[in-house]
Design a protein around this ligand. Sequence first.
Ligand SMILES: Cc1cc2nc3c(=O)[nH]c(=O)nc-3n(C[C@H](O)[C@H](O)[C@H](O)COP(=O)(O)OP(=O)(O)OC[C@H]3O[C@@H](n4cnc5c(N)ncnc54)[C@H](O)[C@@H]3O)c2cc1C
Length: 333
Amino acid sequence: MRVAVIGAGVAGLVTALELAKRGIAVDVFERSAALGEQACSWAAGGMLAPWCERESAEEAVVTLGRQALDWWPRHYAGTLAQGTLVLAPARDAGELTRFAARTSGFARLDAEGVAALEPDLAGRFRQGLFFAQEAHLDPRRAMAALVEALQAAGVPFHYGVEADETELDADRIIDCRGLTARDRLGALRGVRGEMLVLRTDEIRLSRPVRLLHPRIPLYVVPRSDGHFMIGATMIESDDRRRVSARSAIELLSAAYALHPAFGEAEIVELRADVRPAFPDNLPGIVEDGRTLRVNGLFRHGFLLSPALAGQVADRLLASRELPDAHHRQRRHA
Ligand SMILES: Cc1cc2nc3c(=O)[nH]c(=O)nc-3n(C[C@H](O)[C@H](O)[C@H](O)COP(=O)(O)OP(=O)(O)OC[C@H]3O[C@@H](n4cnc5c(N)ncnc54)[C@H](O)[C@@H]3O)c2cc1C
């Protein structure tokens, strides 16, 4: 069986690797000339946070998302299992109570507990929640590591190819085109997300920190060399234009509220992209002739791709075994 994966975002890369590991011959087609140029995955925070996400997501996100905490460290050595810290300013303490009521898998922290985990936040927050089992990664480095692993496994990459599934010479096609797949998946919609990257040596964090706020919840994901990803807006729109001044102001003010050192940081990057989502905000695998469409990863591309990729591989292997089984039956009849 020869399989063509269309799209080298996180869904396509994780699926291709899972298929290659199970002995299936795969080719990857990506319309951009270079990794990430047109992928929503390039804008992601890289949080692997199933328990925190439960605050606004279905239980399935926790069940499927837990698989990512096992999958990523095995495929990307830079995965950091440091947990997630959730905080709220004293005036928004009610937000922390609300968040705790909707989630599980956390320990409650007092001011000393917060300071012990993140010394640079000492004295700034009276209480917090610590989700110890969660992890994070740098999406761009993780994707590059997957490409390396795929190339080492002999998987051909075809960059700069706008693939048309009707013309591909393959037994099965895995459509991982993200929001572009709306031409075949009418229910798919876009949810705009804006982020920025700051750089400063004035503050160090060891793990993603979520700052709750009734209007502007924010998270800060530490990356290497003093870089911090600050995210993210959630706007019901498929507008991919650049970050608005209003969103930038809101994200920057929230970062400043977490720690004033962010006020002196350099702005390294502002980026907007659009998350592909189905109406229930859960991902899906849609069978359509010889094509399987993997989509609707919404806020959870890095979190849920490993579980979906496993399901795709199971389905392909099961469909490959069927003709053989029939053949055997006929032989014995
Ligand atoms: C600001 C922000 C923060 C986020 N943070 C997180 C997070 O912390 N954790 C998490 O798990 N998720 C996060 N997400 C969500 C995550 O980024 C998405 O769920 C994920 O990127 C969707 O991946 P995808 O592979 O389906 O789509 P994409 O990443 O968009 O990939 C699709 C690829 O298909 C290619 N393509 C399209 N058409 C063709 C064609 N015809 N031929 C060849 N190639 C084609 C595109 O060029 C692209 O490379 C975040 C998203 C945003 C916007």
